[in-house]
Design a protein around this ligand. Structure first.
Ligand SMILES: Nc1nc2c(ncn2[C@@H]2O[C@H](COP(=O)(O)OP(=O)(O)OP(=O)(O)O)[C@@H](O)[C@H]2O)c(=O)[nH]1
Ligand SMILES: [Mg+2]
Length: 230
């Protein structure tokens, strides 16, 4: 089996090195799950800093967008690469150090043992997320859940989490056309449209001093709204 870990990155020099090393340290656990090949691909989404160089130095495969296009576009580029190289399982993992690389093996194992086709990370299952800005917590945890439910008919504890695991069928069926943050809603809608079986799984999300905060939350909602009228 071949596992591909997709890391979308936009100006992430601060944390990317540690993220890559943390992911490579999971290789032995992932090998125990039956993966003969494990590929980590960093999609540099038109960064203006040394994001690509850092990823290359750490030994990741690097694909670079000449211009910044958005997280959705970066994920679709990574997904297409994973399809082309024959991934059996693909993982979406952010580059900003908010996710714990130690959560990859348990989430992949959950996919393999549950028979589900998609595993969605949730910061609200298990240990509470640390350092989530209050307003963002309200937006994400309450308003967003209802918004996503009304929009997609899918009820999730965490509708906007970048930690995901896809099996080969899900990877082939879920195609992202929205470049910005509303790609999340697109993935959730695709679960329903293609009758993909899925489950949520507790993952750690730790906020550093920066992150998108409230402005980011508002942008997510603007993208979601825009998605409806596009
Ligand atoms: N914001 C942003 N992130 C991008 C872009 N392209 C790729 N990414 C990457 O997508 C991942 C998630 O982006 P974040 O800005 O952290 O989005 P988020 O986690 O929903 O928001 P926060 O909770 O504020 O961190 C990170 O690894 C980014 O580097 C882009 O154009 N804008
Ligand atoms: Mg983030």
């Amino acid at each position: 089996m071949h596992l591909v870990i997709i890391v979308p990155a936009y100006n992430e020099t601060q944390h990317l090195g540690r993220v890559c090393r943390g992911l490579f340290e999971q290789n032995s656990r992932l090998t125990e799950l039956g993966f003969k090949r494990i590929t980590t691909v960093v999609v540099d989404d038109g960064s203006t800093d040394a994001t690509a160089e850092i990823a290359r130095c750490e030994g990741a495969v690097v694909i670079r967008h000449p211009l910044n296009r958005g997280q959705g576009a970066a994920l679709e580029t990574g997904d297409e690469y994973a399809r082309v190289i024959g991934a059996d399982v693909a993982v979406h993992f952010d580059a900003d150090g908010q996710f714990n690389p130690g959560d990859v093996a348990p989430a992949v194992q959950a996919l393999l043992t549950s028979g589900k086709e998609v595993i969605l990370g949730s910061r609200w299952l298990g240990r509470p997320a640390r350092g989530v800005p209050f307003v963002k917590r309200i937006l994400l945890r309450t308003v967003g859940r209802w918004f996503t439910y009304l929009q997609t008919g899918v009820w999730l504890t965490d509708f906007h989490n970048g930690f995901r695991v896809f099996n080969r069928r899900a990877l082939s069926l879920i195609r992202l056309t929205h470049d910005g943050m509303a790609h999340n809603a697109e993935i959730i809608a695709a679960l329903r449209r293609h009758r993909l079986t899925f489950a949520e799984w507790p993952v750690e999300v730790t906020y550093h001093e920066y992150g998108q905060g409230v402005r980011g939350g508002a942008k997510i909602f603007w993208d979601l709204l825009w998605e409806n009228f596009r």
